[in-house]
Write a protein that binds this ligand. Structure first.
Ligand SMILES: [Zn+2]
Length: 150
């Protein structure tokens, strides 16, 4: 993963926190990162309002410029599930044979089990700019595209 993709991937975690806060959309179906471009796909049942999208972008960028720590640690799976419940999981499954989970946590914002590398501090991300979202009614999914901005 390039340095740029490390930032973009880390931005996905920040964006997830904002999407969960603003839309209450808890479940991520997929994540895609390519260079400075990212896409977060979440389960959602309607087209979001423009005000909701601008709030998501604003809340994510507030969190980035706040300089929040991005913590990585390992935990035994039953212990992690006991502490954090299903909040650590996405809809793409962690194989059952994995017993030690890598957890990434932005305190009071987002927690996820994730094997990728991350920035240490959200300031390193810079900023994000949301593109036009795509709501797929048939799948009940919302795709949020973004680019890293200066
Ligand atoms: Zn990650």
């Amino acid at each position: 993963m390039s340095v740029e993709e490390l930032k973009t991937h880390s931005a996905v975690h920040v964006l997830k926190g904002a999407v969960q806060e603003v839309l209450g959309a808890k479940w991520t179906s997929s994540v895609h990162v390519s260079g400075g471009h990212g896409r977060l796909t979440v389960k959602f049942d309607r087209e979001p309002a423009p005000e909701e999208l601008s709030k998501i972008e604003r809340r994510a960028n507030d969190k980035i410029s706040e300089g929040a720590e991005v913590l990585e640690f390992e935990m035994e799976r039953p212990e992690a599930e006991g502490h954090f419940g299903d909040a650590i999981y996405d809809l793409f499954p962690v194989p059952p044979e994995v017993t030690l989970l890598k957890i990434v946590r932005i305190p009071e914002w987002n927690i996820n089990c994730c094997n990728e590398r991350h920035v240490d501090n959200t300031l390193q991300i810079g900023a994000i700019r949301l593109g036009k979202p795509r709501f797929r009614r048939s799948k009940g999914e919302l795709e949020l595209e973004f680019d890293l901005a200066e």
